[in-house]
Design a binder for this molecule. Structure first.
Ligand code: ADP
Ligand code: MG
Length: 607
């Protein structure tokens, strides 16, 4: 079979996505590869397609037990003989799996890196012909990355000691130069073909909101996303508890995940979410790596994360199956203080010199600035993010919250002059609250005690509301005319940029929202097909329960959406649905076609 037949036959897709074919071809030609593609781009297929075409066995090294299980389940459902070897098996199961593996029963074997060096595993390897070793999440080999795993250091020597060197493929979503170099070096890749696809994920919507009341906003967003599965990230464990309680008290099926929970509860909650028993997962950033749930339809950040790298990774867990999905961040200025606090209270790394530690902290500060800028810019969000990651993205995406907002530019030079001069005249000693009070001429005890009412700027903005002045101060801070110093109750200082404004040599302009444009209706499932989608989803859940796998392993939401669009009534039409393979037609075709026919006829009877 050629690669296109394999693609259709075992995966149900009629075309490769960007980067996939190039990587597949290189591996098939016997060349090592390094594939750098964002989450959800489809890295697995790059080694799974060649694996089915090689004569021998493919070993896939993967860091996470849960991920291996889901991938193997999915492959088996598609008619591929695959198995995994990791600590989730009992000793007896493990021995049996090893024995089967040694007899050449499996085409693809997933293995945890810790197993590579064990005698049993190596003995098995010496009995079979290994065509390829694929290293998933290969950035785990690098100490520079965020997810370094010491056991990944075994992989290089494992490959070296194999009798006949197989072709090696490494895959990751992390693209920094250090990590790239480490992967090539530590895994001993030989003149690899390196393919980096762009970081854009066109099916994701990006939005930033600044709600007055985050809880109310969150509930509203969830009401709009009724029946959909999603993740809500909070920056602290306490936040997770509070938000999860809030949702449960409002009848939303939510569960929680953070490092403070017992292992057993974490596993249970994660499964409840993956198996669609609970719709919403409220979690800290401890949740996510290795969660391969393909039908996450939104990721909402209740707090701003500390850098764009974390944000894009977490948000990127939405829409992995290619369906339209939303990434929304609820921003407030307090989040900035929390992040600063996190950075300042990070313990020094004892392996680094004081200078290196200082440099590290400086770098974290820099990253935070870019994150804040993402939250406060009025330019295209997708463009800002992609340029940050090094893509040359020049356009506006036309679908993020900024592109959909009609802004007007307002000249606020006079107001800015008043605020800046008030900060200077009061000695750059006070926070936003006191400065606003002075400007509005509020005679509080504090102001009287410090004699601020004798200042020339006292009461020069009597007509403005405190909230307006503070909003303006935030804009001035975003544009770096002022900075807040210190945590807890930060004080305001002016920057060099302020003096030209005060002298009348520079003007200050801000963008204000005029109105929001309507978002285009989602194309994935139209309103009229929602009912059919629900029916088909329910069928998936029933089959999945019988087989003890998550529902998306039967058919992904993207496949169901395509089914709703095509409404196949024959076997041939059913096979043309994206993601449907022959073996699934055989197993589930009847039931699904019957359900679709029932739906179509039911509709006719009503009219
Ligand atoms: P990654 O490992 O890069 O995050 P995955 O390998 O998990 O991504 O793939 C993400 C999703 O994309 C899966 O649901 C997969 O079935 C789907 N997919 C992969 N390749 C294609 C393709 N060529 N056409 C349609 N869907 C695809
Ligand atoms: Mg993957």
């Amino acid at each position: 079979m050629d690669k296109h037949t394999i693609l259709k036959q075992y995966f149900g897709y009629s075309s490769f996505r960007q980067g996939q074919e190039e990587l597949t071809d290189a591996l098939l030609a016997g060349r090592d590869v390094l594939g750098i593609m964002p989450t959800g781009a489809g890295k697995s297929l790059c080694y799974q397609v060649p694996a089915l075409m090689f004569r021998g066995v493919t070993i896939v090294v993967s860091p996470l037990v849960s991920l291996m299980k889901d991938q193997v389940n999915a492959l088996v459902q598609q008619g591929v003989s695959a198995a995994y070897l990791n600590r989730s098996l009992t000793d007896a199961q493990y021995r049996k799996a090893l024995q089967y593996a040694g007899s050449g029963r499996y085409k693809i074997i997933y293995v945890a890196p810790e197993r590579l060096g064990t005698a049993g595993f190596q003995a098995m390897c010496s009995r079979i012909n290994i065509s390829m070793v694929a290293v998933d999440e290969s950035h785990c080999v690098s100490q520079w990355g965020q997810d370094f795993r010491p056991s990944y250091l075994n992989i290089g020597s494992f490959i070296e000691q194999l009798g006949c060197r197989p072709v090696v493929g490494a895959f990751t979503a992390t693209a920094t130069e250090e990590v790239k170099r480490d992967i090539i070096h530590m895994l001993g890749l030989r003149r690899p073909t390196v393919v980096t696809t762009g970081f854009d994920r066109p099916n994701l919507y990006f939005g930033v909101l600044r709600p007055k009341d985050k809880d109310e906003k969150l509930l509203e967003l969830l009401r709009e996303r009724d029946q959909r599965s999603g993740i809500i990230y909070c920056s602290t464990r306490k936040g997770v508890e509070e938000v999860c309680d809030l949702l449960n008290s409002r009848g939303i099926a939510a569960t929680r995940y953070h490092a403070g929970l017992e292992d057993a509860e974490r596993v249970r909650n994660q499964e409840d979410f993956v198996y669609d028993r609970k719709q919403v997962m409220v979690a800290t950033n401890a949740f996510g790596m290795g969660i391969d749930k393909s039908n996450v339809s939104f990721v909402i950040h209740y707090n701003m994360p500390k850098n764009l790298e974390s944000y894009y990774q977490e948000a990127g867990r939405a829409g992995r199956d290619g369906s339209e999905a939303d990434c929304i961040l609820l921003y407030s200025k307090r989040d900035v203080q929390t992040c600063r606090y996190f950075i300042e209270s990070t313990e020094s790394n004892p392996d680094l010199s004081p200078e290196q530690n200082a440099a590290f902290r400086q770098k974290e500060e820099e990253r935070l600035k870019h994150m804040i800028f993402y939250c406060t810019t009025s330019d295209c969000l997708r463009g800002y993010m992609l340029r940050y990651f090094g893509d040359a993205y020049k356009d506006s995406c036309g679908k993020c919250s900024n592109c959909l907002t009609d802004y007007e530019t307002v000249d606020v030079t006079v107001e800015a002059q008043k605020i800046l001069s008030c900060i200077i005249k009061t000695g750059q000693l006070y926070g936003a609250g006191v400065v606003a009070d002075v400007l509005r001429g509020v005679l509080s005890d504090k102001i009287r005690a410090a004699k601020l009412d004798k200042q020339s700027t006292f009461g020069i903005m009597k007509e403005a509301r405190a909230i307006e002045i503070k909003a303006l101060m935030e804009k001035l801070e975003e544009q770096e005319y002022i900075i807040s110093v210190g945590t807890g109750r930060p004080i305001l200082r002016v920057t060099e940029m302020s003096y030209p404004v005060l002298r009348g040599n520079a003007r200050v302009k801000i963008k204000q929202t005029r109105k929001m444009k309507r978002r285009a209706e989602k194309t994935s499932v139209g309103a009229e097909q929602k009912e059919l989608f629900g029916i088909l989803k329910q069928l998936c859940v029933e089959f999945a329960d019988k087989r003890g796998v998550p529902a998306f392993v039967i058919f992904s939401d993207a496949t169901l959406a395509d089914m709703c669009r095509k409404m196949p009534l024959t076997e041939e039409a059913f096979l043309s649905v994206s993601g449907v393979v022959p073996i699934k037609l055989e197993r589930y075709g009847d039931a699904f076609i019957r359900a679709i026919r029932g739906y179509v006829n039911g509709g006719k009877e009503q009219t």
